[in-house]
Design a protein around this ligand. Structure first.
Ligand SMILES: [Ca+2]
Length: 385
């Protein structure tokens, strides 16, 4: 499931006016497919440990971006239990990741894992940086909100005692005053002993600030997907076409059981997991599916792929549209999220499907949203670094 745009919405909605929309319930379109006539992925990506510590060289290449294709979506749907709730994308198609189209990206370095609490702590210690969640929302941004609610805080997933209908995501998300990266569940919680967990409650500006400090940048959506596919061509998942579990082996940290109140944690984790708990993908990247969503630098629009694919040519190094549009919240600038989180399941949000897309308001972090960075450079094969 996707991060709620709490900074924009929860604060406004806590007062009586309820503009409770659910990016959660919408943005999950499953993409229908289309263009599988494109040649097989001609990736030349090479996994090499680089001079950049904790990064992998992604050699770049051409690939089929988006999906899953319509036929693949039907197959995924047919594997679900009869009568169970179903992610709207699986049911109706992931429309914003359709059509599948050919894209190429140049080579780049990418963090092997999501940025961890320990890494983010070093950045904060060196710079004194304060995240968006540590600043009070400004009254002018939330007209009509109760001033008492304009306090620093962030969106936290809360565990419910029993089943609920899935129409209103604010049943399981709360704007928690005092929640921030050091206190992921709010005051009283801490990251003590959680240094190797992905940092969360990072807004887009926070992720960018870290990246700049580290001499890196956030990935474009195309770079992210190219890397996450790990050299596989048009597969449903980062590891191929088998589902999340096979012969007792789990592939990523997601949600099992009845969403959102009964996470069976069959994959070993209820909630967020440390990085590197599951096998890496073909390029040596960990947790590209599940655990926490990851920021990409592209603005989000649902029509990006459709407009991009009109010409039929290979799109080289796309950086996304020049502006953002989410028809459900047209006034809220949003960037792309990718990879899904520990809250994803076939019942609600199957965004661990590697071609699918998420989105989020740039000023909104949450307890299941993090990031990883990339860095420009030369291939180690070219004797670059
Ligand atoms: Ca899990």
């Amino acid at each position: 499931m996707q991060s709620p745009d709490f900074r924009h919405r929860a604060v406004s909605t806590l007062p009586a006016t309820a503009l409770v929309v659910s990016a959660l319930l919408m943005g999950w379109g499953c993409g229908q497919n289309s263009d599988p006539k494109a040649p097989a992925a001609a990736t030349n990506a090479v996994m090499l440990k680089g001079a950049a510590v904790g990064m992998v060289w992604i050699g770049g290449g051409e690939f089929s971006m988006g999906g899953p294709a319509a036929a693949a979506t039907v197959a995924l749907r047919s594997g679900l239990g009869a009568g169970e709730p179903m992610c709207t994308g699986l049911r109706d198609g992931f429309t914003d990741s359709d059509p599948v189209h050919r894209v190429s990206v140049d080579g780049f370095w990418m963090d092997e894992t999501e940025v961890t609490n320990d890494q983010f702590a070093r950045f904060v210690a060196a710079t004194g940086y304060r995240t968006v969640a540590e600043h009070a929302p400004q009254a002018e941004d939330f007209p009509g909100a109760d001033p008492a609610l304009l306090v620093p805080g962030a969106a936290v997933f809360v565990r419910l005692e029993g089943p609920v209908t899935l129409e209103d995501s604010l049943q399981w998300w709360r704007y928690v005053p005092g929640a921030q990266w050091r206190h992921p569940e709010g005051p009283g919680s801490s990251i003590e002993g959680r240094g190797n967990l992905p940092v969360v409650h990072v807004a887009y500006a926070d992720a960018e600030a870290y990246a700049r400090w580290a001499g890196k940048r956030l990935p474009t959506e195309a770079e992210w997907e190219f890397a996450a596919r790990g050299g596989l061509d048009r597969k449903a998942y980062a590891w191929g076409d088998v589902r999340l579990e096979e012969n007792g082996r789990w592939r990523c940290n997601a949600f099992q059981g009845r969403f959102p109140d009964a996470d069976a944690a069959l994959d070993g984790f209820r909630g967020i997991a440390p990085v590197r708990q599951y096998a890496p993908n073909g390029f040596g990247l960990y947790d590209v599916a599940g655990n926490v969503w990851e920021w990409c630098s592209d603005w989000y629009r649902p029509d990006t792929y459709r407009l991009r694919s009109v010409e039929g040519a290979v799109v080289r190094n796309p950086r996304g549209p020049s502006d953002s549009l989410d028809p459900d919240e047209p006034g809220v600038p949003k960037r792309v999220h990718r990879g899904g989180s520990f809250l994803c399941s076939d019942q609600y949000c199957a965004r661990f499907l590697i071609g699918t897309r998420g989105k989020g308001a740039v000023d909104t972090g949450s307890s299941h949203l993090g990031f990883r960075c990339v860095q420009d450079g030369q291939s180690p094969l070219a004797g670059g670094r």
